[in-house]
Design a protein around this ligand. Structure first.
Ligand code: URA
Ligand code: SF4
Length: 192
């Protein structure tokens, strides 16, 4: 087993036993995140919804199906990327996680990022944008742009669930995925 997997499995074990915030009381299963530990692209959502809470897997509901389609549109499968969330336990009724819950859970996400070392981190919606990039930005203004922070590269994207409510955002997300693909191809041409 390589070093990355040992470290990652250690974090996962901590998450599965975690009681650092009140969300542990209402969760069924924590959702640590899954995918390739060598992923070039990491996607970060807000937190588990109902289906995720029941299965322990990220993005398995309707939003996840659309995320799979978006990945396929740029020639990728789930196993090629890593998919995680800001908080690992479901907030009741899918409410936005509280700042105190995000603060409690954030070290797990940072540890996952440090292990995986993705070339690009795509935040999905406002919660990961405000947590990882800057608290004052809104996704409507910054989606598809490239941000650099703490040695990492970020491309904020709309949350796929938003496109299920607002059909017009489907095209926006597809275009932003094309930009993501071009960004990655460009890095490869430059051997970065
Ligand atoms: N929405 C999220 O933000 N994360 C999931 O895992 C599923 C839906
Ligand atoms: Fe722990 Fe995060 Fe779950 Fe809170 S949301 S109990 S901090 S794993």
């Amino acid at each position: 087993m390589d070093d990355k997997k040992i470290l990652f499995d250690g974090i996962t074990k901590e998450i599965l036993e975690c009681k650092k915030c009140p969300l542990h009381k209402t969760r069924h299963k924590p959702v640590p995140g899954e995918g390739s530990l060598d992923a070039e692209i990491m996607f970060v959502g807000e937190g588990p919804g109902r289906n995720e809470d029941l299965t322990g897997r990220p993005f398995v509901g309707a939003a996840g199906k659309f995320l799979d389609e978006l990945l396929a549109s740029i020639g990728l499968k789930r196993k090629d990327v890593f998919i995680g969330n800001v908080v690992k336990c479901r907030p009741p009724n899918n409410r936005v996680p509280l700042l105190s819950e995000i603060e409690a859970c954030k070290p797990y996400l940072y540890a996952q990022i440090a292990i995986i070392q993705p070339k690009v981190i795509c935040t999905l919606g406002n919660t990961p944008l405000n947590t990882l990039i800057a608290p004052n930005l809104t996704i409507g203004r910054v989606h598809g742009r490239v941000f650099k922070k703490d040695g990492f590269t970020f491309i904020p994207l709309y949350h796929p669930a938003a496109a299920l409510y607002h059909n017009a955002l489907k095209g926006t997300l597809k275009e932003d995925f094309k930009k993501l693909k071009e960004y990655i191809e460009n890095l490869k041409e430059k051997n970065l």
